[in-house]
Design a protein around this ligand. Structure first.
Ligand code: CS2
Length: 493
């Protein structure tokens, strides 16, 4: 099959094999600057926005994608060479593939190359929203103190180099300062990360930074910037080389970085956009007054469910989430965790049937075509556990309630952090605090509680007698009998 590079020039050639933008991309103005153009953004906000642009009357909501970090060169170069175009491949439940070329990213910038250009873009009059997918760890939040982490060397760097920052906080601060100086309207800063109260968190962290970096900006920001909370959802595994070659061989689309994802998507947003917003509700997003219960439901069931499957699956030697989700023993364990530990601590979600939601998650996790990598799920667990799993444990502990499943997973994580699965195969651990996790994991061999001493993750959890007892028993059980036998026992109780 003849193949063609994906770019503006070749776009029309693909209309028989994939859906392509039906709108004139040159006529679309940038209304959104998005930081973090990885798979999730491209399967989610950029897709919703592309849907909207297909209604040819919408012209002001193109996206400028920003690659912020030094190691983001690959995605920047790819999108730049492809005129911002990429293919979204949805893997349906029956294994069929729907392919679509997304055109909503109309500009791309690489921040390390030209920081001022990024600051000026965020501060340009047509931009109304700066949205973010900077990962859970990107918010620079210390679980133990609940405060902004000024000790981070990159933050220290930004405080001294305001015109060539490295972190999102440095960029946003300078962009807001410029907007104020130019007498422009404020903007909305919209987090699309998996964090409870992601808008509130963004506001709290940014305000802490501004307070120190540019104190005279604080009042302006307080009345000119809004930070809506939102729940975002779509399982988007890392793109594999096979995904790339399949696309090329079956369609002729030579796309260096397509995105693959599941069919399901959800976006529940608080309607708080100070300078206007796209009508995303016309393409399936839900605007609600209070997002909190939706966020809790998603983070504590879906994301925590992922961590449960990821950590247990990694220790058992599995590679992908569907493999472990389809192990009936682990499936029952996860079902019980969701029903007996998580569901009771979630608030009533007016009309949302939690049991049906849990069942739908098991189906999504079990989708054999998605092949979501366990390595992806387990990466940065130290930023994930405090958001996904700890809130359930802490709520249950207040009532002396059920924590057996959660404690078991924490114990499994301690053993996982030794770096080997149950068959002796090395585990690929990717975590900002990998060395500390490993050091505490080694100390835990003699004293399991050592792992719980990582305060930036667990806070004061080691002070709970009930938790420590349950966790220690689980730890010893896994060491002597292995994950599967212990889970069988737990399931039988
Ligand atoms: C995953 C999420 O990173 C993780 O651990 O749980 O990326 C998850 O796939 C998405 O939040 C789904 O919406």
């Amino acid at each position: 099959m003849t193949t063609y590079k994906l770019n503006n020039l070749n776009l029309e050639k693909f209309k028989e094999v994939a859906a392509i933008p039906n709108y004139n991309r040159d006529a679309i103005k940038t209304g959104i600057v998005h930081v973090g153009i990885g798979g999730f953004h491209r399967a989610h906000e950029a897709l919703y926005t592309d849907d909207l642009l297909h209604d040819k009357t919408v012209k002001d909501w193109g996206i400028c994608g920003v690659a912020l970090l030094d190691f983001d060169t690959k995605i920047y170069n790819t999108l730049k060479a492809q005129d911002g175009l990429y293919t979204l491949v949805v893997k349906e439940l029956d294994g069929t593939l729907s392919r679509r070329v997304i055109g909503s990213i109309v500009e791309v910038l690489y921040a390390p190359e030209n920081p001022i250009k990024v600051i000026e873009k965020m501060a340009s009059p047509e931009v109304k929203i700066v949205s973010l997918t900077i990962t859970e760890g990107g918010y620079n939040y210390n679980e133990a103190t609940g405060e902004f982490n000024f000790e981070n060397p990159l933050i220290q760097y930004d405080l001294e180099h305001s015109k060539s920052p490295k972190t999102i906080f440095g960029y946003l601060t300078q962009a807001l300062k410029l907007r104020k100086e130019n007498g422009l309207k404020g903007i909305t800063i919209q987090s699309c990360d998996n964090i409870q109260g992601n808008g509130d968190m963004t506001k709290k962290m940014l305000m802490s930074y501004i307070n120190v970096a540019e104190p005279e900006l604080v009042t302006w920001v307080a009345s000119n910037v809004s930070f809506p909370n939102a729940m975002v959802d779509r399982i988007t595994p890392a793109t594999s080389p096979i995904d790339i070659s399949n696309l090329k061989e079956t369609t002729g689309i030579d796309d260096a970085w397509p995105v693959v994802c599941e069919p399901f998507k959800q976006w529940v947003i608080e309607d708080d956009f100070i300078s206007g917003r796209p009508a995303w509700e016309n393409v399936g997003a839900q605007f609600v007054k209070d997002v909190e219960p939706f966020e809790k439901m998603k983070l504590q069931l879906l994301n925590a469910g992922h961590s449960v499957l990821g950590i247990l699956g990694a220790l058992m030697g599995y590679d992908t989430i569907d493999e472990v989700a389809n192990n009936p023993i682990i499936n029952s364990f996860l079902r019980a965790y969701m029903r007996h530990e998580v569901a009771p601590v979630l608030s009533d979600l007016n009309g949302v049937d939690l049991e049906a939601y849990e069942a739908s998650l098991l189906e999504r996790f079990g989708n054999i075509y998605i092949k979501d990598q366990i390595d992806r799920i387990c990466s940065e667990s130290s930023a994930k556990f405090p958001i996904f799993v700890l809130p359930t444990i802490n709520s249950q502990l207040k009532e002396n309630g059920h924590i057996e499943h959660a404690a078991f997973v924490v114990a499994a994580w301690a053993i996982y952090s030794l770096g080997q699965d149950e068959n002796g195969k090395a585990l690929l651990i990717k975590d900002a605090i990998k060395a500390e996790l490993n050091e505490k994991a080694i100390a835990s061999k003699n004293n399991p509680v050592a792992f719980l001493e990582i305060e930036s993750v667990f806070g004061k959890l080691k002070d709970s007698k009930l938790f420590v007892e349950t966790y220690t028993k689980a730890y010893q059980g896994i060491c002597s009998k292995g994950v599967e036998n212990c889970v069988l026992e737990i399931n039988a109780n």
